[in-house]
Design a protein around this ligand. Structure first.
Ligand code: ADP
Ligand code: ZN
Ligand code: ZN
Length: 747
């Protein structure tokens, strides 16, 4: 008898598959999950290849322990996607494929329970004709059973037993008469979550621009990348909904994947999708994000994998969901940096979305009011089809007017500002409160004050473990490090000189919240940031308060800027934006423009005119000027030409090697060795290697960090060299950790 071997991917930091002997009764199938011995443990792996010989000596070969029968094999296309991601982002296939699965699937001891799906029964027409009339008049339990079957799409055995203790035998009988049959397992049926939507609202009539966009997407053949460039409030969601409706109506088994940048936006989208697709069963729309409980995550994943979920709505991790009938991908707010995973496999979900669409030959719709310059450049070259929405969808809603408050001038003219809030902004906030309208105040810094210092001796509160200041948190009465989580009580006096006059410098959201309560008496002020939303579900509750009109002024970080459709906000105030103008990161201005456009876009969405006030010392700066003209295109094109002149992405490709050591010398030493070893590698002649430099915040949690930037005009040359570099990097010693990031966002 010929022996069979399987090559298995396991979650190990080595870019190889491991050979196992396969001696189980069922023939092995690529894509099947298996349990295999690895070292002294048993781990879950994925069969990637089947072979009839192995180079591993027979004595060393071990057997596959068991296979996961309940889970259909992952498709070849899915394995190809994971392989591409592994290859491109310089990881092992197992390091990509296994972490992409829900935890419950990666633990073989839980397989039995996970797949012990109870049988579900469905009433057939034949049965409808006989039930309940054929039942004896006084058999009330049987009648209840028949009613329950008639009312729901399917009925689980345990629910049936609660109605009738002999449900099992009854069902056997009815099955044999052809009155009922077994329904497909429903992995999502135990979800309580969003209630079924009530009556569907009448559909809005699409604007001509929306119609054109929907038509273009619906008519697309094969791989079709679209950039849906629509100003804030132009109704991009409506375009997605119509395009999806067309797809699902035309192909009854098609699946679609919709990505959003933030967990906080999923409930809003989920509600809109459930309302629109009310005809689909509850389990046809599932969410996928890191906030789901483990069991839920597993059920949703399986619903996508078995095809019973038609629409998967998720954050970046959903890009690796197994969806055998995937027919369209939507990436909302495609420019959002949250699509980039910052640890482990450092992938861009947006980029993988385009790759996946190309692989499957399907449309990908990337939507944004401020597309990333990478995407914009693709559209400029005609590689992505541009669909443009220039106007807000709601007839009366105009884009807000943008006003720059010149802080220098305010000061010169001796006009009072209170705690960093300029007079005109305070006046505008008061007017809104009087009119019963809502305002947002946006600043990208949480805590009370970023610095606590002593005037007398110059002492500044710092984190003992990081090269960073400790941030003052007043409500929590603590000094906190935002980099490592270190926390201590606020000192009563200067620890250096004993001066009791230590004072906070600068402002964070907590301080602005406090100031607003003082300068706008009677206003109901609410703060939303990472601190105020620490508890699970609390962000949702806070946002509901805003929607319900229980808040006059909402102050917060970028959490309040994204995607929310606030109906009654007419004023947006922006504080402290200038710092990003002079960042050493070449993407800072792109990000600032996007953020300010986003947050501005929260104003004036429902008829009432919106106003945006930006406090700045540089009102003539080109970025602010473009912003006040609502001129994304001008900003994008001028920034692109600067990038071209400076040879920066998207005109070159970058990769970053980061090292973490016990000392800075160790980290820099590692990078220097790595750079020396890079030079002779294939492809390296077309790659520029920059000097290794410490990170801006060099020490975090007592670990010193440095990085080395690589750049090339040829993506292929960079990839070749990076692959050749991997074994060299693994052989180097002297640091705690290192990682390679391809297409880094923070440089
Ligand atoms: P965007 O995502 O482009 O910022 P949204 O999709 O949130 O915009 O839409 C903004 C608002 O306009 C929403 O309240 C939406 O219901 C509404 N809307 C969208 N399309 C139309 C339309 N054709 N007619 C009327 N209202 C619309
Ligand atoms: Zn002091
Ligand atoms: Zn720290």
């Amino acid at each position: 008898m010929t022996e069979v071997f399987v090559r298995v991917a396991v979650d190990q930091p080595l870019a190889v598959l491991f050979d196992y002997r396969y001696a189980l009764p069922d023939a092995p199938v690529v894509g099947t999950l298996v349990q295999v011995p690895f070292g002294r443990r048993d781990v879950v792996g994925l069969i990637c290849e089947i072979a009839y010989s192995s180079d591993v000596p027979a004595a060393k070969l071990r057997n596959v322990t068991s296979i996961c029968n309940g889970c259909a094999p992952l498709s070849e296309a899915w394995i190809a996607l994971a392989s591409f991601a592994a290859d491109y982002y310089q990881r092992g296939l197992g390091e990509v494929a296994l972490p992409a699965l829900p935890q419950a699937l990666r633990d073989a001891s839980r397989w039995d329970r996970l797949f012990a799906v109870e049988p579900r029964y469905r009433l057939l027409d034949q049965g409808r004709a006989h039930l309940p009339d054929a039942l004896p008049a006084r058999a009330s339990a049987l009648r209840r059973l028949a009613d329950a079957l008639a009312e729901a799409p399917s009925l689980g055995l345990s629910d049936a037993r609660a109605l009738h203790p002999k449900a099992s035998a009854t069902f056997e009988d009815w099955l044999s008469r052809g009155w009922i049959d077994l329904a497909a397992p429903d992995f999502t049926e135990t979800d309580t979550g969003t209630p079924a939507p009530t009556a569907t609202a009448t559909l809005p009539v699409l604007t001509a621009e929306q119609r054109d966009a929907v038509d273009a997407i619906a008519q697309a053949q094969g791989f079709a990348p679209f950039l849906l460039h629509g100003v804030t409030g132009s109704g991009k969601t409506e375009v997605y909904l119509h395009a999806l409706a067309a797809l699902l109506a035309e192909r009854p088994d098609a699946q679609a994947l919709v990505l959003v940048p933030e967990i906080n936006l999923t409930p809003q989208f989920e509600a809109a999708f459930r309302a629109r697709f009310a005809a689909l069963a509850h389990g046809s729309i599932v969410t996928m994000h890191s906030g789901l409980a483990e069991g839920e995550r597993a059920r949703h994943w399986l619903a996508a994998h078995t095809g019973s979920a038609r629409i998967v709505l998720g954050t970046r991790l959903a890009i690796l969901a197994s969806m055998p009938k995937l027919a369209m991908i939507v990436v909302d707010e495609e420019h959002d940096p949250a699509y980039k995973q910052q640890e482990g496999l450092r992938y861009s979900a947006r980029d993988l979305a385009v790759y996946r669409a190309k692989q499957l030959g399907i449309p990908a719709v990337l939507g944004s009011a401020t597309p990333s310059l990478e995407t914009w450049w693709q559209a400029e070259q005609g590689r992505y089809t541009r669909l443009t929405l220039t106007r807000r969808a709601v007839a009366e809603a105009a884009l807000p007017t943008v006003k720059l408050i010149d802080l220098e001038e305010e000061r010169r003219r001796g006009r009072a500002s209170v705690e960093g809030l300029a007079g005109p902004l305070i006046a505008a906030l008061k007017t809104r409160v009087e009119r019963g309208e809502q305002s947002l105040v946006f600043l990208n810094r949480r805590g009370y004050a970023p610095i606590l210092s002593c005037d007398a001796c110059g002492w500044v509160a710092g984190c003992p473990r990081c090269s960073a200041y400790a941030v003052l948190h007043k409500p929590e009465r603590a000094l906190r490090c935002h980099h490592c989580g270190w926390e201590s009580r606020i000192p009563k006096s200067c620890p250096e000189c004993g001066n009791i006059d230590i004072a906070p410098m600068g402002r964070g959201t907590q301080r602005v919240e406090e100031t607003l309560a003082n300068v706008v008496p009677g206003a109901r002020v609410l703060r939303i940031d990472a601190d105020s939303t620490r508890r699970k579900g609390s962000a949702q509750a806070l946002f509901s308060d805003v929607h319900a009109g229980e808040v006059d002024i909402l102050v917060g970080t970028q959490m309040i800027a994204k995607g929310h459709d606030f109906r009654r906000v007419t004023l947006v105030g922006v504080l402290n934006a200038d710092t990003a103008l002079f960042s050493h990161d070449f993407r800072a201005s792109e990000r600032l423009f996007a953020q300010l456009t986003q947050v501005s876009g929260r104003a004036g969405r429902a008829g009432l005119p919106g106003e945006v006030m930006i406090q700045t010392r540089y009102p003539r700066h080109a970025l602010y000027q473009a912003l006040s003209r609502q001129d994304y295109v001008g900003f994008a094109n001028s920034t692109l030409s600067e990038r071209r002149d400076a040879c920066l992405p998207p005109f070159v490709y970058q990769a970053m090697l980061r090292a973490e050591g016990r000392t800075l010398e160790a980290a820099l030493g590692f990078l220097a060795e790595a750079a020396a070893a890079f030079a002779p590698l294939p492809g390296a002649e077309r790659v520029t290697v920059y000097d290794a430099v410490p990170l801006t915040i060099v020490k975090v949690f007592n670990v010193h960090r440095a990085q080395l930037l690589l750049e090339s005009g040829s993506r292929a040359a960079l990839q070749t060299a990076l692959h050749a570099w991997q074994p060299v990097l693994r052989s180097l010693r002297g640091v705690l950790r290192w990682n390679v990031e391809v297409d880094p966002l923070d440089v």
